[in-house]
Design a protein around this ligand. Structure first.
Ligand SMILES: C[S@@+](CC[C@H](N)C(=O)[O-])C[C@H]1O[C@@H](n2cnc3c(N)ncnc32)[C@H](O)[C@@H]1O
Length: 241
């Protein structure tokens, strides 16, 4: 299950979780929800997919790699896979690579994602393929044109060791005020340096230090309207050399 591009993961620890309203996971370690309380699936479409020009960019590609900071429940992976199946060109391949410090258990993923009938098939497939003890790099062929890799352990450590390059980034590491390590200058630089020229990122975050770190790393950064009444979010493209 390990991949030669990655070092052995260190993410074999469980994060303490609480459940709000029955199926809404809340991290007691970071003091934050995993996605917005309005509708995390629609938030994913607005922030991460549209913010990266997806699904439109899939119309012109044979192969596409998405990087995500924070796999969490796998909601973004499932919604992205759903839209990819609808929009991909015949023969095209998607690799969704997510970095996660505290991988959840299959039952937790199932409990969180069952709220969305729209991704029923994707949730069931993910849960049935998810290992009992996720560690190292979890590699799952979701279908013959879609591979999921979840790199367990600290994102900075594992992305520093990775040799992959990415077309688009989903920056989803909890609120910057609650988890500044997932938005540090060093990590944003590594995100930039592993992004293909004219590749992109998107995030719900709009904090000044996050924006400054992304600009300093080498992205052209744009402020856009956020999801569900949130004033701003950020997206950007890697500046050409
Ligand atoms: C907002 S949640 C991600 C939500 C997720 N994308 C989803 O679809 O459910 C943030 C995630 O980042 C993870 N995380 C926090 N610090 C991290 C670190 N230093 N390295 C890797 N993952 C980290 C948390 O465990 C959590 O799962």
């Amino acid at each position: 299950m390990t991949h030669s591009n990655y070092p052995p993961g260190t993410g074999d620890t469980q994060a303490p979780l609480a459940w709000h309203d029955g199926d809404m996971p809340f991290s007691t370690a970071f003091g934050d929800h995993f996605y917005c309380q309005t509708d995390g699936r629609l938030e994913c479409g607005h922030v991460f997919l549209a913010g990266n020009g997806l699904p439109e960019r899939w119309q012109t590609t044979e192969s596409f790699t998405i990087g995500e900071l924070g796999f969490g429940t796998g909601l973004n992976a499932c919604e992205t896979w759903r839209q990819w199946k609808e929009h991909r060109r015949p023969g095209a391949h998607l690799h969704f690579v997510s970095f996660e410090l505290f991988p959840m258990q299959a039952e937790e993923i199932d409990r969180a994602l069952a709220r969305w009938p729209e991704i029923d098939a994707e949730r069931q497939a993910l849960v049935s393929l998810w290992p009992t003890d996720p560690s190292g790099v979890v590699e799952i062929d979701l279908d013959d044109k879609t591979r999921l890799s979840v790199v367990c352990g600290d994102a900075l450590e594992n992305l520093t060791a990775s040799t992959l390059t990415f077309d688009a980034w989903f920056l989803d590491g909890f609120a910057p005020s609650r988890n500044s390590a997932m938005w540090s200058a060093e990590l944003m630089q590594r995100v930039h340096d592993t992004t293909r020229e004219s590749g992109s990122f998107a995030t719900y975050a709009a904090a000044g230090f996050v924006r400054r770190n992304l600009i300093a790393a080498g992205f052209d950064v744009e402020r856009r309207p956020g999801f569900a009444g949130k004033r701003e979010m950020l997206s950007g493209v890697r500046r050409s050399a």
